[in-house]
Design a protein around this ligand. Structure first.
Ligand code: ASP
Length: 312
């Protein structure tokens, strides 16, 4: 029988139960559940894994609790510059976008680049121009304004620090997290992955993280797995983290769990990186790994009921 599965994340980092109020925790759980079940519904309607991950990420982008789309953090110049990518494991098609402002759903733009352009990666103003040609929705700066994010930004400016949205020192402890992502397996055995982020607070010089980079923050290949990462992007780029999980499976015949563990707890960790990832393989095994205190995460599959987790 064909197996279906989907996993999502909403960022990894310093997430402590002691610092979380019950209503806030419930809001996060609800946000994760809504996105997960949307993706799951798509899979059960025989839609593709690409459709399912795009949809789950879109729902998370529309939720200002998460650092993606509407809830994106502020850059040094007080703007929102968002990055996203999507990959189809059946043919290695991919779409990536970075440094875009005012596009309501960056993941839809990444999908349009994959499906409707001859390119893989578009950046900045050019990407926005393409979004207009694709008739994608744009929103005003007010739509992206969030009081909490703005406070984070003011603090970061005062301290003259780049702040990762989700980590402790040297980036300072934050409770409001995360980059979002989804991975899925559909009824044709096709895998897909998608990731979307506002990046890190107070970022400058049009900095780009791992989330829009195929192989670093996102990767999918039907012969192995689909992966979406979250954490200090620089470390995930340097370890080519998402692809490394796939390579360990392909060339060393490791299980999904072993490969994810090596990448998160050894490769990324040993060069000083904090974060985590979610992954699903062609047999519908799911792995959610993080080396931080918590990661917003959820999954559901033919093998298991819904699971939602926050703390380690
Ligand atoms: N990986 C993202 C970046 O570096 C941030 C995050 O996952 O929170 O842009």
């Amino acid at each position: 029988m064909t197996k279906l599965g989907i996993a999502i994340h909403g960022g990894a980092g310093t997430i402590r139960k002691s610092q979380m109020s019950l209503p806030k925790e419930n809001n996060y759980r609800e946000g994760l559940k809504e996105a997960l079940l949307e993706g799951w519904k798509y899979l059960n309607e025989n839609k593709s894994s690409v459709d399912a991950v795009e949809r789950a990420v879109e729902v998370l982008e529309n939720n200002s609790l998460f650092n993606a789309g509407r809830g994106s953090v502020f850059t040094n110049s007080g703007k929102h510059e968002m990055d996203a990518s999507i990959m189809n494991g059946s043919n290695l098609d991919a779409g990536c976008v970075s440094n875009i402002s005012n596009v309501k759903n960056p993941i839809r733009l990444a999908r349009s680049i994959m499906d409707c352009s001859e390119f893989v990666y578009l950046n900045g103003r050019g990407a926005e121009e393409f979004a207009r040609q694709m008739n994608l929705d744009f929103e005003s700066d007010e739509y992206f304004f969030d009081k909490y994010r703005h406070e984070q930004y003011i603090d970061a400016i005062k301290e003259n620090k780049v702040k990762l949205d989700h980590s402790g020192d040297p980036y300072s402890s934050e409770t409001k997290l995360g980059t979002v992502g989804a991975v899925a397996l559909d009824n044709k055995g096709n895998l897909a992955a998608a990731t979307s982020t506002g990046g890190i607070t107070n970022k400058k010089y049009e900095r780009i993280g791992d989330s829009s980079i195929i192989g670093a923050g996102t990767y999918a290949n039907n012969i192995t797995c689909a992966v979406s990462c979250t954490g200090q992007g620089e470390f995930f780029i340097r370890t080519v983290a998402a692809y490394e999980v796939s390579a360990l499976m392909e060339y060393r015949q490791l299980s999904l769990e072993e490969a994810c563990n090596i990448v998160v707890n050894i490769k990324v960790k040993e060069i000083g990186g904090d974060g985590g990832l979610i992954a699903i393989d062609k047999d519908c095994n799911i792995s959610l790994k993080f080396n931080t205190e918590g990661m917003y995460r959820a999954y559901i599959s033919s093998n298991s009921d819904i699971y939602i987790g926050i703390y380690s």
